[in-house]
Write a protein that binds this ligand. Structure first.
Ligand SMILES: Nc1ncnc2c1ncn2[C@@H]1O[C@H](COP(=O)(O)OP(=O)(O)OP(=O)(O)O)[C@@H](O)[C@H]1O
Ligand SMILES: [Mg+2]
Length: 281
């Protein structure tokens, strides 16, 4: 079970002087239970690709399949298939309209016909998965912190019980504690068996938390692989706008001198590897 994109091309404003090729032959795949990051400079096509993954946009050439099903634009089955892939837009909290977090989370499942106890437990489960304290469910989301609001927005997508969760820059605008909390929450969601696809500018977070990373540059996939492979690739082939974290640069420098340290782990893993290397001498 997977979402796959094969050789996808997509241009905005086709046939007008403003025509712009946003995706130029991108391939990508994510399996259920995986956590994948899409990284790239601003304008590289990340959001355009994210919107293809839940059929909000359709490729002009190439194809996207969800669990083996590939649909054409306008297909009546797109709505059902789209439900499998929850898309959390950038700054989703700007689109809140309900007066309480609970009503915000309820909205989509009740639109799909859910009601009564089933709806209540769906809201509670989605809120728990998104790490929302039940005591704030009846508060107005506008009075919440940025991190709490982001969680409400994510819970409102999880409430649709998707198999895949695609998040466009989910940590944008959050402080360091908010970013750490959200990263932990996404790890928890993935542990429940959902796939998590995260669009991000933050290479450090992508290296630390992904099973696989896709690097986009000007609408093309320039690399895809494990965090380790991507760190090694980017060290030799810098991509505009992607900043290699200092620990990764340092680790790669040590490796070049024959000291075997992890390139993608946290500081504590790095220090332990250094200690081991020191003892082995
Ligand atoms: N609705 C649109 N109409 C016309 N051009 C668009 C539209 N949306 C995006 N583009 C253009 O397509 C290209 C890819 O845009 P996209 O939003 O996918 O990039 P991105 O990697 O998500 O960028 P960012 O990091 O700034 O969010 C950009 O050059 C952008 O200007
Ligand atoms: Mg974007």
């Amino acid at each position: 079970m997977a979402i796959t994109a094969e050789d996808v091309f997509y241009s905005y404003n086709v046939g007008t002087p403003a025509e712009h090729a946003a995706l130029r032959g991108v391939s990508f795949s994510v399996e259920r239970g995986e956590r994948v990051s899409i990284v790239g400079h601003t304008g590289s096509g990340k959001s355009t690709l994210a919107q293809h993954l839940n059929l909000l946009l359709f490729p002009q050439s190439g194809k996207v399949s969800i669990d083996g099903v590939s649909l054409k634009n306008g297909s009546p089955d797109a709505r059902e298939l789209r439900r499998k892939v929850g898309l959390v837009f950038q700054y989703p909290e700007t689109q809140f309209f309900a007066e309480t977090a609970r009503d915000e989370i309820k909205f989509a499942p009740s639109n799909w016909g859910m009601s009564g106890d089933e709806l209540d437990s769906c809201v509670d489960e989605a809120a728990a998965a998104a790490g929302i304290d039940p005591s704030i469910l009846d508060s107005n989301p506008f009075n919440m912190s940025g991190g709490q609001r982001r969680r409400v927005a994510i819970a409102s997508v999880i409430a649709m019980k998707p198999d895949y969760l695609v998040l466009d820059e989910p940590t944008a605008g959050l402080d360091a504690a908010g970013v750490r909390g959200l990263d932990r929450m996404l790890s928890g969601i993935r542990a429940r068996g959902l796939a998590v696809v995260q669009v991000t500018h933050d290479l450090e977070s992508a290296l630390a938390h992904s099973d696989k990373i896709l690097v986009l540059e000007q609408g093309k996939s320039v690399a895809s692989g494990t965090p380790e492979e991507i760190a090694v690739f980017l060290a030799d082939n810098p991509v505009r706008g992607l900043l290699m974290p200092p620990t990764a640069r340092f680790a790669l420098g040590l490796r070049n001198r024959g000291i075997n340290v992890p390139v993608t782990g946290g500081v504590s893993e790095f220090v332990s590897a250094l200690e081991r290397a020191g003892k082995a001498e």
